[in-house]
Design a protein. Structure first.
Length: 144
């Protein structure tokens, strides 16, 4: 994804416990990716679109996006990112506790690359991160 450089993942998650579990999973797997955390929708949009204090930030190679966020929700972030020529190529994986069929349908209608129920236990987070790494960074060919 990121030709020759360090992988850059944007984790959009407002639950501090889930952020910790995700970071621990990456550490457990010895994945040294840059993980930027946005704790609300507006911050995520600033990072994705390089606004405000993120104007010089490197864009994410992959976005892990919660549906339920304070302010701008995950669906709106997905719609804006996939609706913009400059960002629509970034894979967006909806990572959420919601298994509501309407959330799933809405995500895919708005071009999410995957919809993944969020695990609860560290071992399951590790398995999830391993599968994301294996598919998106080792198997799939994605634009650079």
């Amino acid at each position: 994804m990121n030709a020759g450089g360090k992988k850059n993942i944007l984790l959009v998650e407002d639950n501090a416990g889930d952020v910790l579990l995700m970071r621990e999973a990456f550490e457990e797997l010895n994945l040294t990716y840059t993980i930027t955390v946005a704790t609300d929708g507006l911050q995520a949009l600033d990072i994705i679109f390089k606004k405000g204090s993120y104007a010089d930030a490197r864009p994410p190679d992959l976005i892990l996006l919660d549906v339920n966020l304070p302010g701008v929700n995950g669906h709106e972030i997905l719609i804006r990112a996939k609706g913009d020529e400059a960002t629509r190529h970034i894979p967006i994986l909806m990572l959420t506790t919601s298994t509501n069929p309407e959330d799933i349908r809405k995500s895919y209608r708005n071009f999410a690359n995957a919809y993944i129920p969020k695990p609860i236990h560290l071992d399951d987070f590790i398995a999830l991160v391993s599968s994301i790494d294996r598919f998106w960074y080792q198997t799939a060919c994605v634009p650079v």
